[in-house]
Design a protein around this ligand. Structure first.
Ligand code: SF4
Length: 168
């Protein structure tokens, strides 16, 4: 009788232990499932954020491309007008032209640009500012009211002064 009671107690303990383990196992499964859901949700929100960043990056790149195209059109328009007005350009394929010389003069006068000699070297060679006959059609027909002729005259003076050892 005593032995039977011991066996019954052991059986009860065994059943209780199995129940506890099952409970812990199920609880663990539930926590893992919850963790998995949280990870999926984090991954989805990161993907959404990445897509949003890609979209805004695309928009920035597109606006820069548009701005670049606008500037390129403007330069073409500028060069086109002074080029078509300039008969030296038409007759001398080496001639730099009014737009490039105007730009060189602007750079030459830019206080941040220290390499004035290099600019004068570039504009004083064959096809440089001394090929200009100074009639001024580029200035007359400039659609942006620039004055390439004065810029070219400035370059001519600066190259001549350097040649004779003077300073600007
Ligand atoms: S002034 Fe010089 S750059 Fe201007 S149109 Fe005449 S030749 Fe060309």
């Amino acid at each position: 009788m005593k032995r039977t009671a011991v066996i019954i107690v052991l059986l009860i303990l065994l059943i209780l232990s199995a129940g506890t383990n099952t409970y812990l196992y199920l609880n663990n499964e539930e926590a893992m499932a919850q963790k998995e859901l949280e990870l999926i949700s984090m991954r989805d929100s990161m993907q959404r954020e990445l897509m949003r960043m890609e979209d805004s990056l695309d928009a920035i790149v597109q606006s820069l491309q548009e701005e670049n195209q606008m500037l390129a059109n403007k330069v073409t328009e500028l060069e086109g007008d002074c080029y078509s007005a300039c008969d030296t350009v038409a007759g001398n394929p080496d001639y730099l032209g009014p737009a490039a010389l105007q730009r060189a003069w602007t750079l030459y006068n830019d206080v941040k640009d220290a390499n004035k000699d290099a600019i004068l070297d570039a504009v004083s060679g064959k096809g440089g500012c001394h090929s200009c006959h100074s009639m001024g059609s580029c200035t007359t027909y400039c659609p942006n009211e620039l004055d390439p002729l004065s810029a070219i005259l400035g370059l001519k003076r600066a190259t001549a002064k350097r040649f004779f050892g003077g300073r600007k």
